[in-house]
Design a protein around this ligand. Sequence first.
Ligand SMILES: [Zn+2]
Ligand SMILES: [Zn+2]
Ligand SMILES: [Zn+2]
Length: 257
Amino acid sequence: MKIRVLGCGSSAGVPLIGCKCPVCVSTHPRNKRSRVSIVVEEGPSRILVDASPDLRQQFLTADLATVDAVIITHSHADHVHGIDELRSVNVHKKGPLDFWAAPEALAEIRKRFDYAFQAPHGTYVWYAPVLVPKPITERRLTIAGLPVETFWQGHGERENTLGLRFGRFAYSTDAKTLSEEAFAALEGVEVWLVDCLTEQPNYGHSHLAQTLDWIARVKPKRAILTHMNHTVDYESWTARLPAGVEMAHDGMEIEVA
Ligand SMILES: [Zn+2]
Ligand SMILES: [Zn+2]
Ligand SMILES: [Zn+2]
């Protein structure tokens, strides 16, 4: 299995518009973070997780034309506002695209992107995305031929996000709290791509000390931090992270045996 990290940045990206902090003005390529999306590939199957507002440039950079399905972790703008770019997938597939999300997230997304959920009409041109809503109502399901396990994560006081497990790989973006059920779903995972917004505790996201505590409990072979904001400098953080913990960067490719 191969995971491509298309983007690993916080909701406003790094650099922030107008910010002159050391990370935002840094010329280090790994201090440039687009909004989060990943692609999970195994054999002929390719699943996109989240539709970043930066999706167009991410597909161009990764030389990606199409995917077999999309899974959305939650309906926040930084995870869905690239939906319009999925038109290109319809054009290349010459067909509709399965669009998986929890029922509440699907309802919210359909309010904002109703035009993308019109009945498949048989012509796939650059007019509008043609998405087939697929509610995630089971904990275990098969998407584009791949077994996927989902689990809930807390994301602030009222929000929840879907954590995803694909075999030995798990993805926990936008997580502030993990339940015992979530830890059970993560048991035995070998590579874990996990939320770590910044150093300071945050309302909706995990911060460094807590994420390291989670990693000590889950004990993956390899833990990779993501959804990082503009306070996080790639080189200085990389130098201080414990063994087995590393930073994601845009364009990172992760092989999972
Ligand atoms: Zn987010
Ligand atoms: Zn900044
Ligand atoms: Zn979010």
